[in-house]
Design a protein around this ligand. Structure first.
Ligand code: SAH
Length: 243
């Protein structure tokens, strides 16, 4: 839902962030999916400093200019770094627990869903780190995403985001693909998280390759430029309104 937020009982990642913030340690944050083997997010990485960030994230911070919106900010790690460098930053997240942690860390954090049309402040830069575009869920919501971007960006503003082309997961050695093309875009994934006894609800998460991202950006009146390639099919993109 457009304006929905996450209550603590349904928010494994928020609980993990709250525990780590309070105690300097957390239990296992498990990630399940119908498409992948079970995985884990090391909670300490959600609190990474600038030095611990990937080259892509460091570049995202360097390219940020003007009033900046950190979307799906989590523990607020990027907001904290940007703020320490003198940027004016607002962080939004749907997690009540994460927003409370960010406020304690001195971040101007709001319990706000990106798709909430009543959120109408304006920004020069929107950052979406750790595959933040994932919150769009499926490619058929890209149009809605760009509508939000138009609402939130000042003239000359930019979106900085990182994502990955996950086709390597489905690719055979001979280059053929083990995917059902009729089933939709291959980067549409479902996830579900668990932390202690808290089970989150399953949610859609989108990984989008650079060409597909450009296609949707162009269709919706935006320009898309690659700023950096990562080490493993990941990349940093800059999206801005066509002049
Ligand atoms: N950017 C952070 C955290 C990434 S995890 C980092 O790089 O460490 C993704 C975050 O997005 C979670 O905290 C989740 O609560 C938040 N989120 C999910 N859907 C959202 C939405 N529609 N609007 C705003 N935040 C959202």
């Amino acid at each position: 839902m457009k304006n929905s937020t996450l209550e603590p009982q349904k928010d494994p990642m928020g609980q993990a962030i709250a525990d780590y913030h309070k105690n300097g340690k957390a239990a296992k944050l498990r990630v399940l999916s119908s498409m992948f083997y079970e995985d884990e997010i090391p909670v300490a990485t959600l609190f990474r400093s600038f030095e611990k960030m990937s080259a892509i994230e460091q570049e995202m911070i360097r390219l940020s200019k003007g009033r900046t919106l950190d979307v799906g900010a989590g523990s607020g790690c990027h907001s904290v770094v940007l703020q320490s460098r003198g940027h004016n930053v607002v962080a939004i997240d749907i997690s009540e627990l994460s927003v409370a942690v960010m406020k304690e860390r001195g971040v101007d954090a709001r319990l706000t869903n990106l798709f909430d049309e009543t959120f109408t402040e304006k920004f020069d830069t929107i950052i979406m780190a750790m595959n933040g575009i994932g919150i769009v869920g499926k490619t058929d919501r890209m149009e809605e995403f760009f509508r939000c971007a138009k609402r939130l960006l000042n003239p000359g503003g930019q979106i900085l985001l990182d994502s990955s082309d996950i086709r390597y997961i489905f690719e055979n050695e001979d280059g053929s693909m083990d995917i059902d093309l009729a089933a939709g875009y291959y980067g549409e994934v479902d996830f579900n998280m668990r932390y202690k006894n808290i089970k989150g609800e399953s949610f859609d998460w989108l990984y989008i390759d650079f060409d597909t991202l450009c296609f949707y950006a162009n269709e919706n009146g935006f320009e898309c430029e690659k700023c950096l390639d990562g080490e493993h099919y990941d990349y940093l993109a800059k999206i801005s309104l066509k002049e």
